[in-house]
Design a protein around this ligand. Structure first.
Ligand code: ADE
Ligand code: ZN
Length: 343
């Protein structure tokens, strides 16, 4: 059955595996933090910010995203930013999330690593205790910076390993292939961390192979250019290595000219383990529900397809087996309940 209603998608229990904390900085919060912290931005109004959010490629977005992140100064700022997302999770029935953060964006400005991670982690703990929203935090290395910089960041993370589940790799894909970070990822694994990496967003399918073969990742973030490589598709189907796909992001960053051309449902129908995610919702026009809704509007997403991608997300998550079982039951109960019928 095709999905037609936004309220049904809103109430559907959801899991998010690809969301950048710095990408959930809404214009209102950005401008208020800028005022509070005395940070000068090239934008003074919400209108100017939305005007600037027109991107032709990934780098256009990253330039503005790093500028925006400069308003984050205190531990409380990182708490508030994270809490804002967790409130969204409550509104959208996102029951489990595995957010990324980019410590180098902050430590390069002299913000102590501990302030960043402790602010974020305190909000995640509060959401678990108060609202039952579970989470795992992923620390990303910025791939446009050097390997040494990544090693230094991993060193700074050592006192906080209890707060971290995995390391990831993000920022400019072109010119910075995954293998540049194979040694630092190896060290992260020796510390007990899992690994994920952005690959095949703007870069070729070759980068996905490299993330698999040189970084030993548990998931690929984006991975949409896999559609160009039939051997890779066979591999992804055979191994069920998950892709965390971000539909609204991909259209905003011109990876696909419009949502109706997005390959996510082709990948799903081929048997690839794809999941739906929001990436940087404050910049790309929507959170997780809006991403599902866009697929329903442009690609006639069915209930069965939405269900499959959510089961994929639960299974691809870093939650333990008990939590996975609980989330699977919650999803099944929702789909079986008449109260949530779409008619
Ligand atoms: N950092 C935040 N969003 C990103 C994206 N879509 N690709 C790479 N790095 C990012
Ligand atoms: Zn991303």
């Amino acid at each position: 059955m095709a999905i037609t209603t936004y309220p049904w998608l809103l109430a559907l229990p959801k899991v998010e595996l690809h969301i950048h904390l710095e990408g959930m900085l809404e214009p209102e919060l950005m401008l208020s933090l800028a005022r509070k912290n005395g940070i000068q931005l090239p934008f003074n109004t919400i209108g100017q910010l939305y005007e600037a959010y027109r991107f032709n490629q990934l780098q256009d977005f990253l330039d503005i995203y790093y500028q925006g992140a400069q308003v984050l100064i205190t531990q409380q700022d990182f708490y508030d930013l994270t809490w804002h997302y967790l409130k969204k999770c409550q509104q959208q029935n996102i029951v489990h999330a595995e957010p990324f953060f980019d410590p180098q964006t902050h430590t390069a400005r002299g913000i102590p690593f501990g302030d960043v991670i402790e602010g974020i982690s305190a909000a995640l703990t509060d959401a678990r205790e108060k609202h039952g929203i579970t989470s795992h935090l992923i620390m990303c290395f910025l791939r446009h910076l050097s390997e040494i910089d990544a090693f230094n960041t991993l060193e700074q993370a050592k006192p906080f390993l209890d707060c971290l589940t995995a390391v990831g790799l993000d920022s400019s894909e072109k010119g910075h292939p995954p293998e540049k970070f194979s040694r630092v990822f190896n060290q992260a694994k020796t510390l007990g961390l899992l690994t994920v990496a952005h690959a095949g967003e703007e870069g070729p399918a070759l980068n996905i192979w490299s993330a698999i073969n040189t970084l030993g990742v548990s998931r690929i973030d984006h991975g949409v250019t896999a559609i160009d490589d039939t051997k890779l598709i066979d591999y992804l189907v055979g191994t069920q290595l998950p892709l965390t796909v971000c539909p609204l992001s991909n259209v905003k960053l011109a990876i696909f000219p419009e949502m109706s051309k997005h390959c996510i449902l082709n990948l799903l129908e081929k048997g690839v383990c794809v999941t739906v995610n929001s990436d940087d919702p404050a910049y790309f026009g929507g959170y997780l529900t809006e991403n599902f809704y866009a697929l329903s509007q442009s690609l006639n997403l069915t209930q069965t397809q939405a269900h499959k991608m959510l089961v994929n997300a639960i299974q691809a998550s870093f939650a333990n087996d008990n939590r996975k079982q609980a989330m699977l039951s919650q999803l099944t109960n929702f789909l079986n309940s008449n109260k949530h019928s779409m008619i």
